[in-house]
Design a protein around this ligand. Structure first.
Ligand code: GTP
Ligand code: MG
Length: 452
């Protein structure tokens, strides 16, 4: 269609990291400094995401950025709460995020969820930078609110700077152990070969201009081609979360990464058994500058174009899965779109064996990550599904032949109340954890102990 102009969309930036390392604070600071720059109106809050336009970024980055170097419209940041697996962030053929910020507490260094994030970034080939956060907690630190990190370092005592450096080199060493060559970002020449580490403080804002500059530069240099989309094409996205919303029933918080989604559109969404075919009743956004997760009042919008986060209300979404594809039908045969969604779901389907353990996970992405980790650990899988642990999972686990396989491994899921009694009476062992490798380690320990 020649009438559809290609336009550059906003790159999607995922903010990842261990619990409490400062992901949300970092985003709050980016939003907050925009407000103090008098550009609050420019920032748009989305469901699950925050859109920061280029003008605002260059305002915050000050002398570090020349806005005429860029033609991408800005950055769309996705926060991933520690309790919620960011492996939901998958899209057609790979990662939903175009680029990631791995937040690491400069005092704590790598922690279990940092390791897990690194694994997924490696597997999906997602470019990333490391935000070495909380530099202000260095003993004797002399805070330089909102300043570029070099300016801030100039104001520090030798002692404070050397203590910080020690921590930074610890992190650089941990990155190297994880197989990534890394250095302080101003020493990195080729960001495709080396990971840049940006020392910063989400609390004082120092170093945040540097982070924005590095992200903008990386996106512009390496992702411009992928950002060219048909802005009027049928929308494509990924389910972040399935949520009940008063007055709307089950809704899906969705990140749209291609085309446009309009109210009234027919929609195909990956479901627990079959793709769900439905029609959009409402597209919802939080009211301007309100915090999403506490926001109850939505604004109805007529359409959303990529890249954006949006809450979609439509019938039959209660069987939708986090991490599943979302496709607008528009001008295409519906069956084609259904087949497309089926094919995408088949890609994620886990290889199952005649005998093995039962696996449950909160999202398709985490199920995929679990399956990979179990394959590496040579643990066979009898059944793998998204969702909380239900009575029938216990029944399935009981059918395993070998006793050591009579087990359920649950990642980020709950045991449903009606399954509790069932579990008590069954000869089935339940393992739950929100760190994949710990979950698998617990299971392996159980197997070893049995064999003694
Ligand atoms: P989860 O969403 O639970 O995974 O945590 P998070 O990574 O979003 O961390 P959050 O931003 O909630 O910060 C955790 C704690 O660290 C809060 O008490 C913050 O105030 C504090 N914190 C975050 N960044 C900084 C920083 O740069 N300096 C200092 N001193 N404290 C910080
Ligand atoms: Mg958070």
């Amino acid at each position: 269609d020649h009438t559809n102009a290609d336009t550059l969309r906003t790159p999607i930036v995922a903010v990842l990291g261990h619990v409490d390392h400062g992901k949300t604070s970092l985003l709050d600071t980016i939003r907050g400094s925009a407000v103090s720059e008098g550009e609050a109106g420019a920032i748009t809050q989305h469901i699950g995401a925050t859109d920061i336009p280029l003008d605002t970024i260059s305002g915050m980055a000050g002398e570090l950025i020349d806005p005429t170097d860029f033609d991408l419209p800005g950055l769309l940041f996705i926060d991933t709460p520690g309790h919620h697996s960011f492996s939901t962030l998958r899209a057609r053929g790979g990662a939903l995020a175009d680029i990631a910020v791995l937040v690491v507490d400069v005092n704590d260094g790598f922690q279990p969820q940092t390791e897990e994030a690194i694994d997924i970034l490696r597997r999906t080939g997602t470019p990333f930078v490391v935000a070495a956060n909380k530099v202000d907690t260095t003993p004797g630190w002399n805070p330089q609110d909102g300043q570029p990190i070099q300016k801030s370092l100039e104001a520090q005592s030798e002692r404070a700077e050397s203590m910080l450096n020690e921590n930074l080199y610890e992190i650089i060493g941990q990155l190297s152990d994880a197989g990534f060559s890394a250095d302080l970002y101003w020493r990195v020449q080729d960001f495709q070969k080396n990971i840049g580490v940006v020392p910063l403080s989400a609390l004082t804002g120092e170093g945040v201009p540097d982070l924005l500059t590095v992200l903008m530069g990386l996106s512009q240099r390496f992702m411009k081609e992928e950002m060219a989309i048909d802005v009027r094409g049928p929308g494509e996205g990924t389910v972040l979360e399935v949520k009940d919303e008063r007055g709307f029933g089950a809704t899906i918080d969705t990140v749209v990464y291609d085309g446009v989604v309009r109210n009234g559109d027919r929609l195909v969404v990956g479901g627990q058994e079959e793709p769900i075919v439905t029609e959009i009743r409402a597209l919802l956004q939080p009211r301007p500058l309100e915090e999403i997760r506490t926001e109850k009042e939505f604004e109805k919008v007529a359409e959303v174009g990529a890249a954006a986060g949006v809450k979609i209300a439509a019938p039959d979404l209660d069987r939708a899965m986090a991490g599943a594809p979302v496709r607008v039908v528009r001008d295409r045969p519906e069956v084609e779109v259904v087949e497309e969604v089926k094919a995408e779901l088949a890609e994620i389907e886990v290889d199952t064996a005649e005998d093995g353990v039962v696996v449950k996970a909160d999202t398709l992405g985490s199920l995929e990550a679990m399956a990979n980790a179990l394959r590496e650990a040579e643990v066979p899988v009898l059944r793998a599904e998204v969702g909380d642990i239900a009575p029938r999972d216990i029944a399935v686990a009981e059918t395993a032949n070998q006793d050591e396989h009579k087990a359920i491994l649950g990642f980020n899921v709950d045991l449903l109340a009606n399954a509790e009694a069932e579990l008590e009476n069954a000869d089935v062992k339940l393992f739950t954890n929100d760190v994949i490798y710990q979950l698998i380690e617990d299971y392996e320990t159980f197997v070893e102990e049995r064999q003694r």
